[in-house]
Design a protein around this ligand. Structure first.
Ligand code: GTP
Ligand code: ZN
Length: 310
Protein backbone atom coordinates (compact mmCIF):
# COMPACT_ATOMS: atom_id res chain seq x y z
CA UNK A 1 0.00 0.00 0.00
CA UNK A 2 1.41 3.43 -0.93
CA UNK A 3 1.64 6.29 1.57
CA UNK A 4 -1.10 8.05 -0.33
CA UNK A 5 -3.49 5.18 0.28
CA UNK A 6 -2.55 4.93 3.95
CA UNK A 7 -3.72 8.45 4.66
CA UNK A 8 -7.24 7.50 5.60
CA UNK A 9 -6.33 5.64 8.75
CA UNK A 10 -8.94 5.64 11.47
CA UNK A 11 -9.73 4.04 14.79
CA UNK A 12 -13.11 2.35 14.93
CA UNK A 13 -15.28 0.02 16.98
CA UNK A 14 -16.18 -3.47 15.75
CA UNK A 15 -19.95 -3.86 15.91
CA UNK A 16 -20.39 -7.21 14.15
CA UNK A 17 -18.24 -10.06 12.87
CA UNK A 18 -19.22 -12.83 10.47
CA UNK A 19 -17.28 -15.58 8.72
CA UNK A 20 -15.57 -13.32 6.19
CA UNK A 21 -15.83 -9.73 7.31
CA UNK A 22 -16.51 -7.38 10.17
CA UNK A 23 -18.43 -4.14 10.41
CA UNK A 24 -16.55 -1.24 11.99
CA UNK A 25 -18.17 1.91 13.31
CA UNK A 26 -16.12 5.03 12.52
CA UNK A 27 -18.44 7.59 14.17
CA UNK A 28 -19.52 9.18 10.89
CA UNK A 29 -20.09 5.91 9.01
CA UNK A 30 -19.63 2.16 9.14
CA UNK A 31 -17.18 0.28 6.95
CA UNK A 32 -16.92 -3.39 6.12
CA UNK A 33 -13.50 -4.93 6.54
CA UNK A 34 -12.57 -8.30 5.18
CA UNK A 35 -10.99 -10.67 7.67
CA UNK A 36 -7.73 -11.05 5.84
CA UNK A 37 -4.22 -9.66 5.86
CA UNK A 38 -1.38 -9.89 8.35
CA UNK A 39 -3.60 -10.05 11.41
CA UNK A 40 -5.17 -13.26 10.21
CA UNK A 41 -2.05 -15.07 9.07
CA UNK A 42 -0.73 -16.40 12.36
CA UNK A 43 -2.78 -19.19 13.82
CA UNK A 44 -2.98 -18.24 17.48
CA UNK A 45 -4.85 -19.98 20.28
CA UNK A 46 -7.93 -17.87 19.66
CA UNK A 47 -10.79 -18.63 17.26
CA UNK A 48 -10.73 -15.10 15.83
CA UNK A 49 -8.24 -12.26 16.20
CA UNK A 50 -11.00 -9.65 16.06
CA UNK A 51 -14.28 -9.70 17.97
CA UNK A 52 -17.24 -7.43 18.65
CA UNK A 53 -16.22 -4.59 20.97
CA UNK A 54 -12.66 -4.46 19.69
CA UNK A 55 -11.13 -1.09 18.94
CA UNK A 56 -9.31 -1.42 15.66
CA UNK A 57 -7.13 0.61 13.33
CA UNK A 58 -8.66 0.68 9.86
CA UNK A 59 -7.29 1.87 6.54
CA UNK A 60 -10.23 3.06 4.52
CA UNK A 61 -9.65 2.32 0.85
CA UNK A 62 -10.78 4.21 -2.19
CA UNK A 63 -13.61 1.73 -2.82
CA UNK A 64 -15.04 2.47 0.62
CA UNK A 65 -14.10 -0.90 2.13
CA UNK A 66 -11.65 -1.01 5.00
CA UNK A 67 -8.60 -3.07 5.84
CA UNK A 68 -7.85 -3.93 9.46
CA UNK A 69 -4.27 -3.19 10.39
CA UNK A 70 -4.33 -3.50 14.18
CA UNK A 71 -6.49 -4.58 17.10
CA UNK A 72 -5.88 -2.30 20.09
CA UNK A 73 -5.26 -3.88 23.51
CA UNK A 74 -8.45 -5.02 25.23
CA UNK A 75 -9.46 -3.64 28.63
CA UNK A 76 -11.78 -6.58 29.36
CA UNK A 77 -12.93 -9.70 27.58
CA UNK A 78 -15.60 -12.31 28.01
CA UNK A 79 -14.01 -15.58 26.91
CA UNK A 80 -15.10 -19.18 26.75
CA UNK A 81 -13.36 -22.26 25.50
CA UNK A 82 -14.21 -22.98 21.88
CA UNK A 83 -16.97 -25.56 21.65
CA UNK A 84 -15.36 -27.64 18.94
CA UNK A 85 -11.61 -27.29 19.54
CA UNK A 86 -9.62 -28.18 22.63
CA UNK A 87 -7.30 -25.53 24.01
CA UNK A 88 -8.72 -22.74 21.88
CA UNK A 89 -10.11 -19.52 23.29
CA UNK A 90 -13.29 -18.00 21.95
CA UNK A 91 -13.60 -14.36 22.90
CA UNK A 92 -17.30 -13.53 22.85
CA UNK A 93 -16.89 -9.78 23.26
CA UNK A 94 -14.18 -7.29 24.19
CA UNK A 95 -13.99 -4.02 26.14
CA UNK A 96 -17.35 -4.40 27.84
CA UNK A 97 -17.95 -2.98 31.35
CA UNK A 98 -21.00 -4.89 32.52
CA UNK A 99 -22.09 -8.49 32.04
CA UNK A 100 -25.85 -8.70 32.46
CA UNK A 101 -26.62 -12.36 33.06
CA UNK A 102 -30.24 -12.83 32.07
CA UNK A 103 -32.23 -15.75 33.45
CA UNK A 104 -35.96 -16.38 33.20
CA UNK A 105 -37.76 -17.32 36.42
CA UNK A 106 -39.47 -20.01 34.33
CA UNK A 107 -39.91 -20.96 30.66
CA UNK A 108 -37.02 -21.76 30.44
CA UNK A 109 -36.23 -22.58 34.08
CA UNK A 110 -33.47 -20.93 36.10
CA UNK A 111 -30.10 -22.55 35.37
CA UNK A 112 -27.87 -21.67 38.30
CA UNK A 113 -25.01 -23.78 36.89
CA UNK A 114 -24.88 -21.51 33.86
CA UNK A 115 -25.18 -18.35 35.97
CA UNK A 116 -22.23 -19.55 38.07
CA UNK A 117 -20.15 -20.19 34.96
CA UNK A 118 -20.92 -16.71 33.66
CA UNK A 119 -19.88 -15.25 37.01
CA UNK A 120 -16.49 -16.96 36.85
CA UNK A 121 -15.94 -15.91 33.23
CA UNK A 122 -17.10 -12.36 33.91
CA UNK A 123 -14.81 -11.84 36.89
CA UNK A 124 -11.94 -13.56 35.10
CA UNK A 125 -12.29 -11.19 32.16
CA UNK A 126 -12.62 -8.01 34.26
CA UNK A 127 -16.36 -7.41 33.74
CA UNK A 128 -18.84 -6.45 36.45
CA UNK A 129 -21.54 -9.13 36.55
CA UNK A 130 -25.16 -8.31 37.31
CA UNK A 131 -27.98 -10.86 37.40
CA UNK A 132 -31.35 -10.11 35.86
CA UNK A 133 -34.27 -12.42 36.63
CA UNK A 134 -36.74 -11.82 33.82
CA UNK A 135 -40.33 -12.99 33.25
CA UNK A 136 -41.31 -12.23 36.85
CA UNK A 137 -44.87 -11.89 35.55
CA UNK A 138 -44.89 -15.70 35.38
CA UNK A 139 -44.38 -16.35 39.10
CA UNK A 140 -45.42 -15.10 42.51
CA UNK A 141 -43.32 -12.36 44.11
CA UNK A 142 -42.34 -14.71 46.91
CA UNK A 143 -41.58 -17.70 44.68
CA UNK A 144 -39.14 -19.65 46.90
CA UNK A 145 -36.72 -20.52 44.09
CA UNK A 146 -36.42 -16.91 43.04
CA UNK A 147 -36.11 -15.54 46.56
CA UNK A 148 -33.46 -18.07 47.47
CA UNK A 149 -31.41 -17.47 44.30
CA UNK A 150 -31.61 -13.72 44.88
CA UNK A 151 -30.43 -14.13 48.45
CA UNK A 152 -27.52 -16.37 47.43
CA UNK A 153 -26.19 -13.94 44.84
CA UNK A 154 -26.83 -10.76 46.78
CA UNK A 155 -24.83 -12.20 49.67
CA UNK A 156 -21.88 -12.34 47.28
CA UNK A 157 -22.24 -8.61 46.65
CA UNK A 158 -23.75 -9.12 43.20
CA UNK A 159 -26.51 -6.80 42.11
CA UNK A 160 -29.69 -8.70 41.27
CA UNK A 161 -32.69 -7.18 39.53
CA UNK A 162 -36.15 -8.48 38.64
CA UNK A 163 -37.74 -7.59 35.33
CA UNK A 164 -40.65 -8.38 33.08
CA UNK A 165 -40.37 -7.42 29.45
CA UNK A 166 -44.07 -8.19 29.23
CA UNK A 167 -45.55 -5.99 31.96
CA UNK A 168 -42.66 -3.55 32.28
CA UNK A 169 -41.66 -4.31 35.85
CA UNK A 170 -38.03 -3.37 36.58
CA UNK A 171 -37.48 -1.91 33.12
CA UNK A 172 -36.53 1.48 34.52
CA UNK A 173 -33.86 -0.13 36.71
CA UNK A 174 -32.67 -2.18 33.74
CA UNK A 175 -32.37 0.99 31.67
CA UNK A 176 -30.34 2.64 34.41
CA UNK A 177 -27.88 -0.25 34.33
CA UNK A 178 -27.16 0.46 30.69
CA UNK A 179 -26.67 4.20 31.05
CA UNK A 180 -23.21 5.38 30.08
CA UNK A 181 -21.81 1.86 30.03
CA UNK A 182 -20.92 -0.82 27.54
CA UNK A 183 -23.03 -3.81 28.51
CA UNK A 184 -23.41 -7.33 27.21
CA UNK A 185 -26.52 -9.45 27.72
CA UNK A 186 -25.93 -13.17 28.05
CA UNK A 187 -28.07 -16.16 28.90
CA UNK A 188 -29.87 -19.19 27.52
CA UNK A 189 -32.03 -18.94 24.45
CA UNK A 190 -35.54 -17.68 25.18
CA UNK A 191 -34.86 -15.97 28.52
CA UNK A 192 -35.90 -12.65 27.01
CA UNK A 193 -32.68 -10.78 26.23
CA UNK A 194 -33.96 -9.24 23.01
CA UNK A 195 -37.40 -8.60 24.52
CA UNK A 196 -35.81 -6.67 27.40
CA UNK A 197 -33.85 -4.53 24.98
CA UNK A 198 -36.91 -3.94 22.82
CA UNK A 199 -38.85 -2.81 25.85
CA UNK A 200 -36.08 -0.67 27.36
CA UNK A 201 -34.55 0.89 24.27
CA UNK A 202 -36.79 2.87 21.93
CA UNK A 203 -36.41 1.74 18.33
CA UNK A 204 -34.27 -1.25 19.21
CA UNK A 205 -36.48 -3.71 17.34
CA UNK A 206 -35.90 -1.93 14.06
CA UNK A 207 -32.16 -2.14 14.42
CA UNK A 208 -32.08 -5.84 15.14
CA UNK A 209 -34.27 -7.13 12.32
CA UNK A 210 -31.33 -8.17 10.18
CA UNK A 211 -29.29 -10.11 12.76
CA UNK A 212 -31.75 -12.81 13.62
CA UNK A 213 -33.91 -15.41 12.09
CA UNK A 214 -37.25 -16.98 12.83
CA UNK A 215 -36.94 -20.11 14.88
CA UNK A 216 -38.98 -23.21 14.20
CA UNK A 217 -41.63 -21.94 16.59
CA UNK A 218 -41.83 -18.71 14.64
CA UNK A 219 -40.00 -16.70 17.26
CA UNK A 220 -37.23 -14.26 16.38
CA UNK A 221 -33.91 -15.50 17.68
CA UNK A 222 -30.58 -13.70 17.81
CA UNK A 223 -27.93 -15.41 15.68
CA UNK A 224 -24.90 -13.14 15.94
CA UNK A 225 -23.18 -11.09 18.61
CA UNK A 226 -23.99 -7.48 17.76
CA UNK A 227 -23.14 -4.15 19.30
CA UNK A 228 -25.60 -1.27 19.25
CA UNK A 229 -24.78 2.32 20.08
CA UNK A 230 -27.81 3.87 21.67
CA UNK A 231 -27.62 7.66 21.82
CA UNK A 232 -27.95 8.95 25.36
CA UNK A 233 -27.89 5.48 26.82
CA UNK A 234 -24.76 3.44 26.22
CA UNK A 235 -23.46 0.64 24.08
CA UNK A 236 -25.30 -2.66 24.20
CA UNK A 237 -24.19 -6.06 23.01
CA UNK A 238 -26.84 -8.72 22.42
CA UNK A 239 -25.64 -12.32 22.15
CA UNK A 240 -27.30 -15.47 20.85
CA UNK A 241 -28.68 -17.75 23.54
CA UNK A 242 -26.26 -20.46 24.57
CA UNK A 243 -26.52 -23.94 26.03
CA UNK A 244 -23.16 -24.31 27.68
CA UNK A 245 -20.19 -22.20 28.54
CA UNK A 246 -16.71 -23.68 28.90
CA UNK A 247 -14.45 -21.81 31.30
CA UNK A 248 -11.32 -20.43 29.67
CA UNK A 249 -7.96 -19.73 31.28
CA UNK A 250 -8.76 -20.59 34.87
CA UNK A 251 -6.66 -23.33 36.44
CA UNK A 252 -7.92 -25.80 39.00
CA UNK A 253 -5.80 -24.01 41.61
CA UNK A 254 -7.26 -20.62 40.68
CA UNK A 255 -10.93 -21.55 40.50
CA UNK A 256 -11.54 -20.80 44.19
CA UNK A 257 -10.49 -17.20 43.58
CA UNK A 258 -13.64 -16.78 41.47
CA UNK A 259 -15.94 -18.10 44.19
CA UNK A 260 -16.12 -15.37 46.85
CA UNK A 261 -17.38 -17.90 49.43
CA UNK A 262 -14.28 -20.03 48.88
CA UNK A 263 -11.97 -17.03 49.08
CA UNK A 264 -13.41 -16.23 52.48
CA UNK A 265 -13.08 -19.76 53.86
CA UNK A 266 -9.98 -21.19 52.21
CA UNK A 267 -7.57 -19.83 54.84
CA UNK A 268 -9.25 -21.94 57.47
CA UNK A 269 -8.75 -25.18 55.52
CA UNK A 270 -6.25 -27.55 57.07
CA UNK A 271 -4.21 -27.92 53.91
CA UNK A 272 -2.76 -25.16 51.83
CA UNK A 273 -3.81 -25.66 48.23
CA UNK A 274 -6.91 -27.49 49.42
CA UNK A 275 -9.17 -28.25 46.44
CA UNK A 276 -12.18 -28.37 48.82
CA UNK A 277 -13.32 -31.70 47.43
CA UNK A 278 -11.79 -34.66 49.28
CA UNK A 279 -9.46 -33.15 51.87
CA UNK A 280 -10.15 -33.67 55.59
CA UNK A 281 -10.90 -30.65 57.77
CA UNK A 282 -11.83 -28.51 54.80
CA UNK A 283 -13.53 -25.29 55.92
CA UNK A 284 -15.46 -25.06 52.64
CA UNK A 285 -17.00 -28.52 52.97
CA UNK A 286 -17.82 -27.80 56.60
CA UNK A 287 -19.60 -24.58 55.60
CA UNK A 288 -21.62 -26.51 53.03
CA UNK A 289 -22.62 -29.06 55.69
CA UNK A 290 -23.56 -26.28 58.10
CA UNK A 291 -25.56 -24.53 55.40
CA UNK A 292 -23.61 -21.28 55.37
CA UNK A 293 -22.27 -21.98 51.86
CA UNK A 294 -25.05 -22.79 49.41
CA UNK A 295 -25.08 -26.43 48.27
CA UNK A 296 -26.04 -25.29 44.78
CA UNK A 297 -23.06 -22.99 44.54
CA UNK A 298 -20.72 -25.66 45.90
CA UNK A 299 -22.08 -28.09 43.31
CA UNK A 300 -21.27 -25.53 40.60
CA UNK A 301 -17.76 -25.18 41.99
CA UNK A 302 -17.24 -28.97 41.89
CA UNK A 303 -18.62 -29.32 38.38
CA UNK A 304 -16.47 -26.54 36.99
CA UNK A 305 -13.44 -27.98 38.80
CA UNK A 306 -14.12 -31.35 37.17
CA UNK A 307 -14.28 -29.71 33.77
CA UNK A 308 -10.87 -28.05 34.14
CA UNK A 309 -7.78 -29.85 32.97
CA UNK A 310 -5.43 -30.88 35.77
N1 GTP B 1 -44.17 -13.85 30.08
C1 GTP B 1 -43.06 -13.28 29.61
N2 GTP B 1 -42.56 -13.63 28.41
C2 GTP B 1 -41.43 -13.03 27.97
C3 GTP B 1 -40.76 -12.04 28.73
N3 GTP B 1 -39.67 -11.64 28.06
C4 GTP B 1 -39.64 -12.36 26.91
N4 GTP B 1 -40.70 -13.18 26.85
C5 GTP B 1 -41.02 -14.13 25.77
O1 GTP B 1 -40.03 -15.13 25.74
C6 GTP B 1 -39.71 -15.51 24.41
C7 GTP B 1 -38.22 -15.36 24.16
O2 GTP B 1 -37.84 -14.01 24.22
P1 GTP B 1 -36.57 -13.42 23.45
O3 GTP B 1 -36.49 -11.99 23.79
O4 GTP B 1 -36.61 -13.78 22.01
O5 GTP B 1 -35.41 -14.26 24.16
P2 GTP B 1 -33.84 -14.20 23.86
O6 GTP B 1 -33.17 -14.41 25.17
O7 GTP B 1 -33.49 -12.97 23.13
O8 GTP B 1 -33.65 -15.48 22.93
P3 GTP B 1 -32.48 -15.79 21.84
O9 GTP B 1 -32.49 -14.68 20.83
O10 GTP B 1 -32.86 -17.11 21.25
O11 GTP B 1 -31.20 -15.85 22.61
C8 GTP B 1 -40.58 -14.64 23.51
O12 GTP B 1 -41.72 -15.37 23.13
C9 GTP B 1 -40.97 -13.47 24.40
O13 GTP B 1 -42.20 -12.91 24.07
C10 GTP B 1 -41.33 -11.67 30.00
O14 GTP B 1 -40.82 -10.82 30.75
N5 GTP B 1 -42.46 -12.33 30.39
ZN1 ZN C 1 -10.82 -26.76 51.63
Amino acid sequence: MSDEEKKDRKIGLVVRVDAHACLVDLEDRQVRCLLRGKLFESKGTSTKPVVVGDRVVVDVQADGEGALSEVLPRSTKLSRSAADKDGVEHVVVANVDTLIIVSAVKDPPVRTRLIDRFLVAGWRGGLLPIICFNKVDLCAEDEPLLVSAERTYEKLGIRVIRTSATDGRGIEEFRELLAGKISVLAGSSGVGKSSLLNRAVPGFELRTKHVGRKSRRGRHTTTAVSLYKVPGMGHIVDTPGIRGFGIWDVSREDLGAFFPEVVELAEQCRFRGCSHTHEPRCAVKLAVEEGTFSKERYESYCRILDSLAS
